[in-house]
Design a protein around this ligand. Structure first.
Ligand code: G6P
Length: 609
C-alpha cells in the first residue's frame, strides 16, 4: 500500500525521491507526490496517476529544487484518487506523508474545525498535518509536538514530516506501519522498505513502534515516545542492486518466476542436516513439536493458498489436524484456538494487517505461534514465538510467485519434521522426502524451460475469455486455487477454482463453449476421477487445458491442450505444477496488454484491514 520516502543530503532531492518511490511502486498506488525544501521554503508537487504523471507535471510546472524532502505513493483509502487527496498534506507550517489509517480522524477533524482549521482534502492524513501544527503552535518544538500528536492518534501510521521552521531536517515516526531509516555518508533516508534506498546505501535502522527519527545531512537521532534517546542497531541489507532491478527481463514477475530454483535452494539447503530437516535455528525442535494437537494456518492471498497445500501434506504425513483460515475471517470468528495449538502465520511481507492481527489474537489466547515470513525484521517475524524465514529475496511483482514457491517448500520441510517428531514416518522416509524436496530446485528450472512455449500458446487462446474455471481434486485442487488467483489478478479475466467432484452440484451449469476449463490432474489416486469430471465438462462444450504427469494415459479428445510435467514424487508435485499455472497467467496478462507487475487496484503489502 502507500509508500513513503524521505531524503536529506547533497543530491538533487526530487531525483532521489522519485527514484526511491519507483522502487516502492510494487506496493500499489494511484497517485504520488513530493515536498522539497526550496530555499528554506517547502514546495509541493503532487498528481493523480503514476510517477510518470508526477514527472510530467514537474516538467511543465518546474522541478522542485533542493536537497531535502519527503515523497509518497498513495493507495486511496479516504477519498478518491485525485490531485487534492494525494500526499503530501500540509497544516500551515507542517507538511507530511502518511502510510496507514487514522481510525479516530473524524472526531479529530471536528475538534480541529472547532479551532477554525480548514481542510482541502477528504483524507485522514490532512487531519494529522493540522493536529501536528496545532500542537507545534503550542509547544514550538517539533519532537514534543510529534509526541503530543501521537498520543491523540488511534490506528496505524508511518509518517515522514517536514517543518517549515526547520529547513533540511526530516522527521519520521511509526506505529504499526513499517518504516526504515537509511544511513549514508553525508546523506540519510527514510523509506517504507529497503528496495527504495538500496541504490544509495545498504545500511539502515529499523524504526520500532512509536519511535521518532530526526534526520539531517550529517546524522540521525532516534527518540522514544518519552523523548528519550534510543541507541539503534545498524542493519545491513544482504541484497545487491540487481535484486531490485529487472535485469533484462520485461517484467519483475517473469524475473521472479525464473528466480524460483535459486529461491528454493536458498530456503531449503540451510535447513537440512545429515539429510533430515533441521529447524533448530528457527527455535523449532523435535520435542517442541511432539505435543501439538491442532494446527491453524492463517494467512491472506497466495500465502493462504500455500497454507492449503501445507494442510494436505501435514495431515497426510503427520496425521495432525490442520485448519486453514483467511486471516480477515479468523480474527472475527472467535476461533477455538488456545493452549496446545500451533498457529502458523504465512506472510511474504510480514506486515499484512489481518495476518498480524491473527498472530496477536493467537498469542493472547495462549497458542504457540510460528511465522513463515520473507521480509527480514518485519513485524510478524518479530512478534511470533518461532520463525522460519523464506529466502526468496525481494519480491517486487504484486502477483506472488517465488514467495509462494518458497512458502510451499517451508510447509513441506515443516511437515516432514513434524511427521518424524510424531513418529508417523521413520528417518528413512523422512530422508527420502527431504532429498526429493532439494531436487525440486532443478526440477522447477526444467519445468520453466519446458513449459514456456506451450503456456504462451495456451494463453493466446485464453485472452478473449470472459471467465475461466480451474478444477482439481486433493492437492491439485489446492493448487488450482493459486492458479486461478494468479490468472484473475493480472489478466482481469474472471476465474474461480472448484473441487472437481463438486462441479455437478451447481457450477457445471456455467459450462459452455465459451468457458475454458483448466483441469489439474497430477495425483495418481485421483486421476481417473478427475478424468471423468473433465469428460463431463468437455461433453458440454468447454475447451479443456489439462495438466498432468508425463506418462499419464490421456484419453483421446479429452482436452484441447495437454501440458505435462515430469514424473516426480507426487506429494511434491505442486511445486512443479504451479510453474505452468504462473506462466499461463503471466502470458495471458502480457498478451492482453496489462500492467503485469502493478495490476489495477492491487497492493503488494496490505497494511490496512
Ligand atoms: C496481497 C498480495 C498477495 C499476497 C497477499 C498476502 O494481496 O498481492 O500477493 O499473497 O497480499 O501478503 P503477505 O505479504 O502477507 O504474504
Amino acid at each position: 500500500m502507500c509508500g513513503i520516502v524521505g531524503y536529506v543530503g547533497y543530491r538533487d532531492c526530487s531525483d532521489v525521491l522519485v527514484s526511491a518511490l519507483t522502487k516502492l511502486e510494487y506496493r500499489g498506488y494511484d497517485s504520488a507526490g513530493i515536498a522539497v525544501f526550496e530555499n528554506d521554503k517547502i514546495a509541493v508537487a503532487k498528481s493523480k496517476g503514476k510517477l510518470q504523471d508526477l514527472k510530467d507535471k514537474m516538467e511543465i510546472e518546474g522541478k522542485l529544487q533542493g536537497f531535502a524532502g519527503i515523497g509518497h505513493t498513495r493507495w486511496a483509502t479516504h477519498g478518491e484518487p485525485s490531485d487534492i487527496n494525494s500526499h503530501p498534506h500540509s497544516g500551515k507550517r507542517v507538511t507530511l506523508v502518511h502510510n496507514g489509517i487514522i481510525e479516530n480522524y473524524t472526531e479529530l477533524k471536528d475538534f480541529l474545525i472547532s479551532k477554525k482549521r480548514e481542510f482541502l482534502s477528504d483524507t485522514d492524513t490532512e487531519v494529522v498535518a493540522h493536529l501536528l501544527d496545532y500542537y507545534y503552535n503550542k509547544v514550538q518544538d517539533p519532537i514534543t509536538a510529534i509526541i503530543d500528536t501521537m498520543q491523540e492518534l488511534k490506528g496505524s501510521f508511518a509518517l515522514g514530516i517536514v517543518f517549515a521552521d526547520y529547513p533540511n531536517v526530516v522527521y519520521a515516526v511509526r506505529r504499526e506501519s513499517p518504516l526504515i531509516v537509511g544511513i549514508g555518508k553525508d546523506e540519510n533516508f527514510i523509506a517504507s522498505d529497503v528496495p527504495a534506498i538500496i541504490k544509495y546505501t545498504k545500511d539502515y535502522y529499523l524504526l520500532e513502534h512509536d519511535e521518532i527519527a530526526v534526520l539531517s545531512k550529517n546524522g540521525v537521532e532516534v527518540f522514544d515516545i518519552h523523548n528519550q534517546p534510543v541507541q539503534k542497531e545498524l542493519k545491513t541489507a544482504d541484497w545487491d542492486v540487481d535484486a531490485v532491478g529487472k535485469c533484462g527481463y520485461p517484467h519483475y514477475m517473469i524475473k521472479e518466476i525464473n528466480e524460483q530454483p535459486n529461491a528454493i535452494k536458498n530456503t531449503v539447503s540451510p535447513r537440512i542436516k545429515d539429510g533430515l530437516p533441521c529447524l533448530e535455528e528457527c527455535n523449532i525442535t523435535t520435542d517442541s513439536l511432539k505435543d501439538i494437537k491442532q494446527i491453524y494456518v492463517v494467512a491472506c492471498g497466495s500465502a493462504m493458498h500455500a497454507g492449503v497445500v501445507g494442510q494436505y501434506v501435514i495431515e497426510e504425513l503427520a496425521r495432525t489436524p490442520v485448519t486453514v483460515d483467511i486471516a480477515s475471517e479468523f480474527k472475527y470468528r472467535n476461533p477455538l484456538v488456545g493452549e496446545g495449538d500451533l498457529v502458523i502465520i504465512i506472510s511474504q511481507s510480514g506486515e499484512t494487517a489481518d495476518s498480524l492481527a491473527a498472530l496477536r489474537l493467537a498469542k493472547n489466547r495462549g497458542a504457540k505461534t510460528l511465522a513463515i515470513v520473507n521480509a527480514m525484521g518485519s513485524t510478524i517475524a518479530r512478534e511470533a514465538d518461532m520463525l522460519i524465514y523464506t529466502h526468496a529475496g525481494p519480491e517486487i511483482s504484486v502477483a506472488s510467485t517465488k514467495a509462494y514457491m518458497v512458502q510451499l517448500s517451508v510447509m513441506y520441510l515443516f511437515a516432514f519434521e513434524l511427521a518424524l517428531a510424531k513418529g508417523r514416518i521413520d528417518e528413512e522416509k523422512c530422508r527420502y522426502y527431504t532429498a526429493k524436496l532439494l531436487e525440486t530446485s532443478d526440477m522447477v528450472k526444467n519445468v520453466i524451460d519446458a513449459s514456456t512455449e506451450i503456456s504462451q500458446k495456451i494463453s493466446s487462446k485464453l485472452i478473449t475469455a470472459d471467465s475461466l474455471l480451474y478444477i482439481g481434486r486433493g492437492l491439485d485442487y489446492a493448487l488450482s486455487m493459486e492458479g486461478s488467483l494468479k490468472l484473475k489478478e493480472i489478466s482481469y479475466i474472471h476465474s474461480e477454482s472448484y473441487a472437481a467432484g463438486e462441479l455437478k452440484h451447481g457450477t457445471i451449469s456455467l459450462i459452455t463453449k465459451d468457458m475454458p476449463v483448466i483441469a489439474v490432474a497430477t495425483q495418481s489416486d485421483l486421476y481417473e476421477k478427475t478424468v471423468s469430471n473433465i469428460k463431463e465438462v468437455k461433453a458440454r462444450g468447454a475447451k479443456v487445458i489439462m495438466i498432468c504427469q508425463e506418462g499419464n494415459d490421456v484419453p483421446k479428445d479429452i482436452a484441447n491442450y495437454v501440458l505435462q510435467v515430469p514424473k516426480f514424487e507426487e506429494l511434491l508435485l505442486p511445486m512443479l505444477v504451479c510453474v505452468p499455472l504462473q506462466l499461463i497467467a503471466y502470458y495471458t496478462a502480457v498478451q492482453r496488454g496489462n500492467d503485469v507487475d502493478q495490476p489495477r487496484n492491487l497492493a503488494k503489502s496490505v497494511t490496512v484491514e
